[in-house]
Design a binder for this molecule. Structure first.
Ligand SMILES: [Zn+2]
Length: 200
C-alpha cells in the first residue's frame, strides 16, 4: 500500500497539474468541504437532541455525498432522525452496512490485489466478521451514493477506511476526495494518496 504524501497547502497540491485537472480537483475539494460541513451539522443536530429525540450516540459518525447522508453502524437508524433531517436539511439519512458487504464480496479479488482486506474486530458479531469496519459511515456512503466527493464528521480511520479508499479509487478509476475535520484526503485513481491539513 502506498504511503500518504502530506502536502502543505492546496496550492502546492495542484501547482504542477494541468490547469483543467487542477480546476476539477479544486471543485471536488470545495464540494467535499461543503459536504463535511453538512455532515458536522447533521451530527450536531442529532447528538444535541435540539431537533429530535432520542439523541444520537456521540460515538456515531455521519458521512454525506450528494443529498444522502449515512450513519455509522447497523440497526441504529431511528426513523424520527431520518424524518427530521429530511425536513430540516433536505438530506436523506440512510444506514445499510449490507450494501458494503455485498460490494466488497463482489470485488473482493481486486480489493485484495490492491492490498485491502476488511479488518476483523474482536467485537464483530461471531457469524459476521468484518461488520464493524464495513459499517463505517464513509464506506456506506461510497456504496450507497458513489461520488468523487465525500464529507465526514469524524477523521477517516487509517487502519481500515484509508486502505479501502486507496483500493476503491483504483478499482473505480475515479479520484476520490474526502474532507474530514482534520483535512482533505485525495485518493487518486492511479494509486497516489495525498493529505492536506485544514488551515484554521
Ligand atoms: Zn473507518
Amino acid at each position: 500500500m502506498s504511503n500518504v504524501e502530506v502536502v502543505a497547502n492546496i496550492q502546492d497540491l495542484v501547482s504542477n497539474l494541468e490547469p483543467v485537472i487542477a480546476t476539477q480537483i479544486m471543485a471536488n475539494i470545495d464540494r467535499a468541504n461543503y459536504l463535511k460541513k453538512n455532515a458536522e451539522e447533521i451530527y450536531s443536530l442529532l447528538t444535541s437532541g435540539r431537533l429530535v429525540k432520542p439523541k444520537m450516540n456521540n460515538r456515531k459518525t455521519i458521512a454525506v455525498s450528494g443529498n444522502i447522508a449515512t450513519i455509522s453502524g447497523w440497526d441504529s437508524l431511528n426513523l424520527k432522525w431520518k424524518q427530521a433531517i429530511k425536513q430540516n436539511k433536505g438530506i436523506s439519512l440512510e444506514q445499510d452496512e449490507s450494501k458494503v458487504k455485498e460490494y466488497y464480496k463482489k470485488f473482493i479479488t481486486v480489493f485484495n490485489q490492491y492490498g485491502y482486506y476488511v479488518k476483523v474486530w474482536e467485537l464483530d458479531p461471531k457469524q459476521d466478521p468484518g461488520k464493524h469496519y464495513r459499517s463505517h459511515a464513509e464506506k456506506q456512503i461510497s456504496v450507497i451514493q458513489p461520488d468523487s466527493s465525500i464529507g465526514v464528521s469524524r477523521g477517516v480511520c487509517e487502519e481500515d477506511c484509508y486502505p479501502y479508499f486507496y483500493a476503491l479509487a483504483q478499482i473505480r478509476q475515479q479520484d476520490i476526495v474526502i474532507a474530514d475535520p482534520n483535512g482533505i484526503w485525495l485518493f487518486y485513481s492511479h494509486g497516489q494518496v495525498k493529505f492536506v491539513y485544514h488551515v484554521s
